[in-house]
Design a protein around this ligand. Structure first.
Ligand code: UTP
Length: 508
């Protein structure tokens, strides 16, 4: 067996993976050999050789034009979006609600939690809509430096609510409005799967019916030492693997999950889903299945719609959505030369303005067609701090600066292949507060995310006529209210909040 493996490894200079072979148990040897045999070494070598080459040509940025799109109703700036077809926010909301509820006569009066059954098992099995939701939670969260999956981070400022609980409560809130459970897929990775599953089971899926949740695990790629391209070992018998990026979702959606004997596509199709709402676990402000957002997607005939925020700083570290000809592209900030990023329109506004929020809507058919051409999602290189075993000493090294290269696919690379792709401009305060960095960091730290969440809750309470004393920590569960509109119906004007408060439906 050792010789067979050496023959696989030698042509690629990776024989060090067998350094500890002679000391391994039969089970550990089996584990390591399965890992080695599943690696595409020629691909890995090619990716390493090309790791410093930008995946796009820089002239892409040079040729970019304003993306077609719409403005969300809560955006207050004066800039306009170029729409190919006029759609009002009211029309979008109605279309989104009809698709979500599967009911042509669904009207906005129904959009109140008071009218819905608040019991835990509120699912109306004989009705279904055309919208499903997917939450991606497979990332390693290296920058956050939290010992558990990011989804288990206690972000709630009063109750310490976990990120994942917020997303589950949001899907429950919208499900209650439409009268049945919206099918919900959650992508994990080997790095996050078991802890997320355990948390869901311990917490009774936060009140959602597990039958309507499809947990699935994405694939991985070996992690390489940056300086020499050697595959890192996590321990004596395991290769260091990183999740293959949120773009890994596409391939993972086609695989049948043994516990259900269904793929994610089959799960959604069996529920009548045509449109898929997507967001990432790190953003507690994402408005799950927003009817207005889904409505723009549906009415514009777009196959891939993405929410963007207007950049304040031209060189902000975010992806940039641009149009080249008739298709949309995402240009990453590292691939956008500063002089192009700083270009302005005659009115002084930024030419490249649309920053990525990673909240998308897809046509399910489009995603499924794209699985036939997996190469459409090329690999990007990321540099990360990755612990590894030093093969000369056998000790674990915990680097303090990035030492490793990881190869990841990004779901937004599908944008150029989508027909009629559009952006929907949203306001940061109501949609985007991703948790990325550790406490004390300049941006996207836990404190900053909590501050954005609190500001949003306070602004809803004030809109409802409540008085909130300065510096009062407030947390509102999506089960109590997941929007200002819903909160206004539940709060008596004049009520004062002067001590830490957690508003949650089943606690009131
Ligand atoms: P990021 O690219 O910010 O990565 O992921 P991350 O894992 O959260 O954090 P770092 O970069 O290691 O510090 C954005 C979103 O995409 C998901 C993450 O869980 C997060 O919600 N993601 C990322 C996946 O689901 N799978 C991946 O392979 C990568």
């Amino acid at each position: 067996m050792k010789n067979k493996l050496l023959n696989i490894l030698k042509p690629f200079g990776q024989e060090h993976l067998l350094t500890f072979w002679d000391n391994l148990s039969p089970q550990q040897r089996r584990h390591l050999s399965v890992q080695i045999e599943s690696i595409d070494f020629p691909l890995l070598e090619l990716l390493y050789v090309n790791r410093n080459h930008p995946t796009r040509t820089l002239d892409l940025a040079d040729k970019s034009a304003d993306p077609y799109g719409y403005k969300f109703s809560t955006v207050r700036n004066l800039s306009s979006c170029i729409a190919l077809k006029p759609i009002t926010s009211q029309e979008a909301i109605v279309a989104g609600n009809v698709a979500l509820s599967g009911d042509e006569n669904f009207n906005r009066e129904n959009c109140s939690l008071e009218n819905s059954n608040q019991e835990k098992n509120f699912c109306t099995k004989n009705r279904s809509g055309k919208v499903g939701a997917i939450l991606v939670a497979g990332g390693q969260g290296t920058r956050l430096g939290f010992q558990h999956p990011k989804g288990l981070f206690p972000i709630g400022v009063v109750a310490g609510t976990l990120l994942i609980q917020i997303h589950f409560e949001k899907i429950i809130a919208i499900s209650r409005r439409v009268g049945f459970n919206i099918p919900f897929a959650v992508m994990t990775s080997p790095a996050t799967h078991f802890e997320i599953l355990e948390s869901l089971e311990q917490n009774d899926y936060f009140g959602f019916d597990p039958a309507d949740v499809f947990l699935f695990c994405q694939g991985t790629m070996p992690t390489l030492n940056e300086t020499d391209g050697k595959i890192l070992l996590e321990n004596q018998y395991s290769i260091s693997l990183n999740p293959d990026g949120h773009g890994g979702m596409l391939a993972a959606m086609t695989r049948k999950q043994s516990d259900k004997n269904l793929s994610v596509f089959e799960f959604f199709k069996s529920r009548g889903v045509k449109y898929l709402y997507y967001n990432q676990i790190d953003n507690p402000l994402a408005q799950t299945c927003s009817p207005e957002f889904m409505g723009y997607h549906i009415l514009s005939g777009s196959e891939f719609t993405t929410q963007v925020i207007r950049k304040k700083d031209p060189t902000e570290k975010c992806g940039n959505v641009v149009r080249i000809g008739e298709s949309l592209h995402m240009i990453e900030y590292i691939e956008l030369p500063d002089e192009i990023a700083r270009r302005t329109n005659p009115d002084g506004s930024l030419h490249i303005w649309a920053g990525n929020t990673a909240i998308h809507a897809f046509d399910l058919d489009f995603l499924e067609q794209m699985t036939n051409s997996a190469d459409k999602l090329h690999f990007h290189t990321a540099r990360k701090k990755t612990p590894f075993i030093d093969i000369s000493s056998g000790t674990i090294v915990k680097p303090t600066s990035p030492n490793a290269v990881k190869f990841e696919r990004f779901i937004f690379d599908l944008l150029p292949y989508a027909k009629n792709a559009i952006v929907v401009e949203v306001d940061e305060a109501n949609h985007y507060a991703p948790l990325k960095n550790e406490s004390g960091a300049a941006t996207h730290s836990p404190e900053q995310v909590q501050c954005q969440m609190t500001s949003q809750f306070i602004s809803w309470l004030r809109a409802a006529g409540a008085i909130v004393m300065p510096k009062t920590p407030i947390e509102i569960s999506p089960l109590f209210a997941d929007s200002e509109e819903v909160l206004i119906k539940k709060i008596k004007p004049g009520i004062t909040f002067d001590s830490p408060t957690y508003l949650r439906a089943d606690l009131c």
